[in-house]
Design a protein around this ligand. Sequence first.
Ligand code: HEC
Ligand code: HEC
Length: 247
Amino acid sequence: MIRLLAALLLCVVPMLARADPVSGYDFLLPETRALQDDDFANPGMLWVELGQRLWDAPADKGSCRSCHGAPENLRGVGAVYPLWDPELERVISLEQRINQCRERQNEAALPYSSRELLGLSALVMHQSRGIPQSVRTDGPAAEAIERGRLYFDTRRGQLNLSCSNCHDDLTGHRLRGEVISQGQVNGFPIYRQLWQDMGSVGRMIAWCNDAVRAEPLAEGSQMAVELEMYLRARGNGLPIESPAVRR
Ligand code: HEC
Ligand code: HEC
């Protein structure tokens, strides 16, 4: 952390423009990349398989399959979430959309950090693997994205660091054995070796909040969804990698 603060103090030149988006994959060690690349070794695929079982599981008013057919029918969908929902008049995440469908099934909403919701979101995102992330930045979503950008650029926590201080200014530097990437989200949900578990964008945001000793943003809160929307917009064009493997 001392080294990090020293590096920050050296950052006297203000940032002029953001760099082109680069996936977290490019910052990984070759052995971690190899894990992600091999579907049989990638631990995230276990969640995709769980999602597949849930997709077919009978529910009060029908399975996911009974309305949507094969998961492949949702190819491309994951690449455009979060998006503006004209009925709710706010941006909603993929997890929230899936929970709307749980209501259609007359089943209880799944908690954000549950294996089930991670499995279903991993399954849906996986269908878009290779498709460029392309959330809409125009229209009514623009204001939400702007609020997300503000959150990203605002310093917070005992260490008084913004997301941007690490993920724009210090990319490529090491922090506790990890190389700081741009904080892109095109691989989510990710299998993180540090967690020995799968995690959503919301979980990652909370982890990064904790790294600077800031109040964690609650997963699924409107601010968290708007921050995710900004993160997606910031990385538009990166191919979806879900499920990515990270250290
Ligand atoms: C003190 C430095 C620091 C700050 C501040 C910070 N992060 Fe991170 N973040 C990290 C580190 C270290 C990692 C793990 C290595 C990596 O992928 O960058 C990480 C990872 C991420 C990832 C995963 C990237 C991937 O490819 O899987 C995202 C997304 C992210 N951060 C978002 C944020 C957001 C949003 C904020 C502000 C709320 C934030 N970070 C603040 C250090 C930081
Ligand atoms: C009773 C029928 C029904 C069931 C069951 C159902 N859905 Fe849906 N789903 C819909 C409808 C209707 C929409 C909204 C119209 C659309 O976008 O296709 C939708 C939309 C979606 C979307 C967003 C599609 C988009 O283009 O934005 C996703 C993702 C999704 N459902 C996933 C699921 C999952 C996962 C399950 C099982 C947990 C499920 N759905 C169960 C009817 C259903």
